[in-house]
Design a binder for this molecule. Structure first.
Ligand code: F6P
Length: 548
C-alpha cells in the first residue's frame, strides 16, 4: 500500500499551498462578503466558524478530495460497525457504542455489545444513587463525602477534565478528587484533609496492572486500614473500574463492586464507560447520560453528514492542511472557559497518544508529519503568557478558540469582557498590523521619527494567523459531550488521512520496561544492568545520595 503522500490529491495540495501561502485572509474576506457565513456550520449544539483560515473553497475541495482518496467515509463506517480497525491489537474501536443512545445493535464477533453496555450503565446508576443518597455508607456507618479516583492517563484525564468542566452541576455534599501521579506527594496531599471514614476510593485502571495506579491504590488501602484499624473496611471504601476481574479480586476488591468495560474501549476514549463513574458521582447519573447524549448527537453528525458539512471532518482536514502543507508543528487549544482548564491536557493524550505514530497501519515508514504537539491554556491567562509568540513569533500556530455565549457565573461584566478578548484575539491574529499602520500610530503619539520607525518594526504584527472559533450557548453536559466527541472524530479523521492506527500506543512501552529494570537496581542498591554512561552515572549518584 503506497503512502498518502504519493497520491495525486496530496500532491495537488502541495502545489496549492505554494499558491496560497502568499494569500492574505483579510483580502479573502474583503473579496467575499459571504465568506464567514459560508465557512461556518452548526452541529450538536456547537457552532464552528472556520473562515479565519488560509483557505478558499478550492482549497477545501482539494482537502475533501484527499478525504475521498483515503476513504474517510469507509473508515468511519467500519469504526461504527465494530470492524477491528485497531489492527495491531486486533480490536474494534467502539467508544461510540458506549454513548449509542439509539441502542442500534453494534456487533463485535457477531454479538451485540449494547446489552452489556446498558447493563453496566444500570449498575452505575444504582451505585451512584446509593452513594449520593447516603444509603451507601462507609465502614463505620457514615455517609460518603469524598470520592478519590485513583487512575492515570485515560483513567484520569477524561473524568478529571469533565468533573472540572461540570463543576456548576455539582453539589458540595460529595467532592471528587483525582490522584494520578506516582509521586507520593499527590496521594499524601490529597488525603491529608480527608476523613477515612467518609472517603470512597475508585481504583480506575483498564488493565489493573499500571504501576502508578497500583502503587497509589496500595498506599491508599494502607492509609485506610491504618486509620480504621480493620481490613474489612476495604470492602466499603474501595470500588474498581477495570476490564480485569482477576486482578481486581487479587487486590482485595469484591468484584460485586467492580464496574467493567471492554478491550474495544481505548483508555483515552474511555470516559464514556464506567471510567466515567466519578463524573456520574459528581454530577448525578442523569447528567452523565446527558453527556453521553451530547456525544451521540456529534457521532450521528459525523457518521451521516456529507464531508463538506461535517464539523469533525472539516476540522481534521484543516489541521492536515497546516501540519502537512504549511509546516505547522503544533496546535493550540484555547478554551475561553475556566472550567475547561483541563481540556488541553486531556486532548494532549487524546491526540498525541493516538496520532503520534511513524509508520502506517501496514508498518511502512511515513515521510510526512503526523500528530502535532497539542497544547494550550485557558484564555485570558494564556494571553498574558504565550500569545506573544502566536502573534509575533516566527512559526505558524493554528489555534482553536472555544467559548460559551452564557456563563454559569454571570458576575457583573466579567463574561462580556472575557469574550471580548476571545473575539479580539482571533481578529487580531487574522488582521495583524502593518508597518505603515504601526508607524502612523507611533508618530501620532509624538515619537520622534527615527525612534518611531524602530518601534514600528517591533509593533508590526504579520497577521494571517489561522484560528477556528467554536461557540456554544452554554457549557452543559450535552454541549461538553459534543465538544469531546468532536475532537475525538477530528483525531480519527487525521489518523485516516495519515494512514496510521490511532488506537494503539506502543510508544509508551519501552520506558515502562526500562523503569522496571532500574527500579530493581535502585531497590538492590547497585547498578547491575547495561546502561549508557550518562544513565549509569545518574543512577549511581541517586543510589549513593539516597544511602547517605
Ligand atoms: O500511558 C499508556 C496507557 O496505556 C494509556 O493509554 C492509558 O490510558 C493509561 O496507560 C492507563 O492505563 P490503565 O487504565 O490500564 O491503568
Amino acid at each position: 500500500m503506497s503512502l498518502v503522500s504519493q497520491t495525486p490529491q496530496w500532491q495537488a495540495l502541495q502545489g496549492h499551498w505554494n499558491e496560497m501561502k502568499a494569500v492574505r485572509m483579510a483580502d479573502l474576506f474583503a473579496a467575499d462578503p459571504g465568506r464567514a457565513q459560508a465557512m461556518s456550520l452548526s452541529a450538536a449544539g456547537l457552532y464552528l466558524d472556520y473562515s479565519k483560515n488560509i483557505l478558499t473553497r478550492d482549497s477545501l475541495d482539494k482537502l475533501l478530495d484527499l478525504a475521498e482518496a483515503v476513504d474517510l467515509k469507509g473508515w468511519t463506517r467500519r469504526m461504527f460497525d465494530g470492524v477491528p480497525i485497531n489492527n495491531t491489537e486486533d480490536r474494534a474501536v467502539l467508544h461510540i457504542a458506549l454513548r449509542n443512545r439509539s441502542n442500534r445493535p453494534i456487533l463485535v464477533d457477531g454479538k451485540d455489545v449494547m446489552p452489556g453496555i446498558n447493563a453496566v450503565l444500570a449498575r452505575m446508576e444504582a451505585f451512584v444513587g446509593r452513594v449520593r443518597s447516603g444509603e451507601w455508607t462507609g465502614h463505620t456507618g457514615k455517609r460518603i463525602t469524598d470520592v478519590v479516583n485513583i487512575g492515570i492517563g485515560g483513567s484520569n484525564l477524561g473524568p478529571k477534565m469533565v468533573c472540572a468542566a461540570l463543576a456548576p452541576y455539582q453539589s458540595e455534599s460529595l467532592r471528587v478528587h483525582f490522584v494520578s501521579n506516582v509521586d507520593g506527594t499527590h496521594l499524601v496531599e490529597t488525603v491529608r484533609r480527608l476523613d477515612p471514614e467518609t472517603t470512597l476510593f475508585i481504583v480506575a485502571s483498564k488493565t489493573f496492572t499500571t504501576q502508578e495506579t497500583m502503587t497509589n491504590a496500595t498506599s491508599a488501602r494502607d492509609w485506610l486500614r491504618a486509620a480504621l484499624g480493620d481490613s474489612a473496611a476495604v470492602a466499603r471504601h474501595f470500588v474498581a473500574v477495570s476490564t480485569n476481574a482477576g486482578k481486581v479480586a487479587a487486590f482485595g476488591i469484591d468484584t460485586a463492586n467492580m464496574f467493567g468495560f471492554w478491550d474495544w474501549v481505548g483508555g483515552r476514549y474511555s470516559l464514556w464507560s464506567s471510567i466515567g463513574l466519578p463524573i456520574a458521582l459528581a454530577v448525578g447519573f442523569e447528567r452523565f447520560v446527558e453527556l453521553l447524549e451530547g456525544a451521540h448527537a456529534m457521532d450521528e453528525h459525523f457518521r451521516t453528514a456529507p464531508l463538506k458539512e461535517n464539523m469533525p471532518a472539516l476540522l481534521g482536514l484543516i489541521g492536515v492542511w497546516y501540519a502537512n502543507f504549511a509546516g505547522a508543528r503544533t496546535h493550540a487549544v484555547l478554551p475561553y472557559d475556566q472550567s475547561l482548564r483541563f481540556l488541553p491536557a486531556y486532548l494532549q493524550q487524546g491526540d498525541m497518544e493516538s496520532n503520534g505514530k511513524r509508520v502506517t497501519r501496514e508498518g511502512v515508514a511515513i515521510d510526512y508529519a503526523t500528530g502535532p504537539v497539542v497544547w494550550g491554556e485557558p484564555g485570558t491567562d494564556g494571553q498574558h503568557a504565550f500569545y506573544q509568540l502566536i502573534h509575533q513569533g516566527t512559526q505558524m500556530i493554528p489555534a482553536d478558540f472555544i467559548g460559551a455565549i452564557h456563563s454559569h457565573n454571570e458576575l457583573g461584566d466579567h463574561h462580556p469582557k472575557f469574550m471580548a478578548n476571545f473575539f479580539a484575539q482571533t481578529e487580531a491574529l487574522m488582521r495583524g498590523r502593518s508597518f505603515d499602520e504601526a508607524l502612523a500610530e507611533t508618530q501620532a503619539a509624538g515619537v520622534a521619527d527615527g525612534q518611531a520607525r524602530l518601534l514600528a518594526h517591533h509593533r508590526t504584527f504579520p497577521g494571517n494567523r489561522p484560528t477556528n472559533s467554536l461557540l456554544m450557548e452554554r457549557l452543559t453536559p450535552r454541549t461538553l459531550g459534543a465538544l469531546i466527541a468532536l475532537y475525538e472524530h477530528r483525531i480519527f479523521t487525521q489518523g485516516v488521512v495519515w494512514g496510521i492506527n490511532s488506537f494503539d500506543q506502543w510508544g509508551v512501552e519501552l520506558g515502562k520496561k526500562l523503569a522496571n529494570v532500574i527500579l530493581a537496581e535502585i531497590e538492590g542498591g547497585k547498578v547491575t544492568a547495561k546502561h549508557d554512561a550518562s544513565t549509569k552515572a545518574l543512577l549511581e549518584r541517586f543510589i549513593q545520595h539516597r544511602r547517605r
